[in-house]
Design a protein around this ligand. Structure first.
Ligand code: LMR
Length: 395
């Protein structure tokens, strides 16, 4: 049964971490995966998380199963964070939320759910998108297409092309959108552009699926979440996957959620019953610790404030690294213009480096994604000069 199975290709992002881990060079730098490191090159354990965990240890609660849809306090806190506490979709009980195994788990629950109830629909993702989007929706059984997004000549969004593609999609198509901090390009839509996107999606009866893995890394928690609220206000169907991997630095705890907005409370209860079937047949119910930790922080005014401050600190440090990268590249590679790096939002920079240049960096134990995506959040005051020198050399 196994003899004819071929070797699968390495994952384009996590495969880089595998190669990085195998590298014995003590000076190696991983700019591949989207993980935030502090200025000492360490993945932070946030103070709000430490305090919440101290409370949980004190409680010493038994580890019984959570409900299929997850911890009630967590799901409620997620809804309020994603849609806003005063949101009509919450008040009218039109939103349902299930705790998920990270943002990827949320996408997978959403994809399996849509495959059950809209099997003929096609999925559209941005060109380019997070590598796993295509793989995940294809493995759920969908045909996955691209819509125009990134324009390499401007390092920004080809908005006219995007809008034209949205207008040409058949009704019922599922459109995957990055709510903020577009992965991999760092190029986001303006508020005025979002208005047009929302109008076309509503008018053409498309199904928006917002992936929000980086809330708080763009302009702020509320600012980054605003687009979700505007979609919710249209009254149309909506799916939102969100993740606390980055915003709580809880990567390995796998804490995310899928929220779905229905047209009525009655419809919402039917959707929830079906989402629970998807969860039950995949992994039964979610793990306890990460969900409890996040719920403890989000429901305590003091810990919530601490979290917001710590998240702001991460956001500011990334911006400082963008500035430093641009400034230093200007000195070391004056014939190349990297000013665009300052305009990009979130953890990533689509640097414009070619696959050959990325390979050349790898020979120096500096790891980036083959597409040229680098994680600016992995730069720090100690490693940035080495990275800049290496980029200047490969240019
Ligand atoms: C990334 O894009 O690097 C992150 O979202 C991590 C992942 O799972 O790929």
């Amino acid at each position: 049964v196994f003899s004819a199975i071929e070797m699968a290709p390495r994952d384009p992002i996590l495969g880089i971490t595998e190669a990085f881990n195998a590298d014995t060079n003590p000076g190696k730098i991983n700019l591949g995966v989207g993980v935030y490191y502090d200025d000492n090159g360490k993945v932070p354990l946030l103070a709000c998380v430490k305090k919440a965990e101290a409370i949980l240890i004190e409680q010493s609660a038994p580890r019984t199963y959570l409900p299929i849809e997850g911890l009630a306090a967590y799901d409620k806190a997620v809804q309020e964070l994603v849609f806003g506490a005063d949101s009509a979709v919450i008040q009218e009980k039109r939103a349902v939320t299930v705790q998920a195994i990270g943002g990827t788990g949320a996408l997978k629950i959403g994809a399996d759910f849509l495959q059950r109830f809209a099997p003929g629909a096609q999925v559209y993702i941005s060109d380019p998108s997070w590598e796993n989007h295509r793989a995940l929706f294809e493995s759920a059984g969908f045909k996955v297409n691209n819509y125009t997004y990134y324009d390499p000549s401007t390092h920004g969004v080809n908005f006219a092309g995007m809008l034209a593609d949205l207008k040409a999609m058949p009704a019922g198509s599922i459109v995957l959108l990055h709510a903020c901090c577009h992965n991999p390009t760092g190029a986001d839509l303006t508020q005025a552009e979002w208005d047009q996107v929302i109008a076309v999606i509503a008018a053409n009866n498309l199904v928006p699926f917002l992936d929000m893995a980086y809330q708080g890394f763009g302009a702020g928690i509320a600012e980054d979440g605003a687009v979700v609220r505007r979609f919710a206000a249209t009254g149309g169907p909506l799916l939102v996957s969100n993740s606390f991997s980055k915003s709580f630095s809880l990567y390995g705890e796998r804490v995310g959620a899928l929220s779905v907005v229905a047209s009525s409370a009655e419809e919402a209860s039917r959707l929830l019953s079906q989402l629970k079937r998807v969860v039950r047949t995949n992994y039964s119910n979610p793990p306890v610790h990460g969900g409890k930790t996040v719920a403890t922080v989000l429901t305590s005014p003091e810990l919530r404030q601490l979290w917001e401050d710590e998240l702001a600190g991460m956001r500011v440090r990334i911006k400082e690294m963008r500035d430093a990268l641009v400034k230093k590249l200007k000195e070391k590679a004056p014939s190349h213009d990297f000013e665009f790096v300052r305009q990009q939002v979130g953890m990533f920079s689509y640097s414009g480096l070619t696959k050959q240049q990325v390979d050349a960096l790898r020979a120096e134990s500096i790891y980036a994604v083959d597409t040229g995506r680098i994680c600016v959040a992995a730069l720090n005051s100690t490693n940035i000069d080495k990275v800049v020198d290496a980029i200047a050399k490969v240019l």
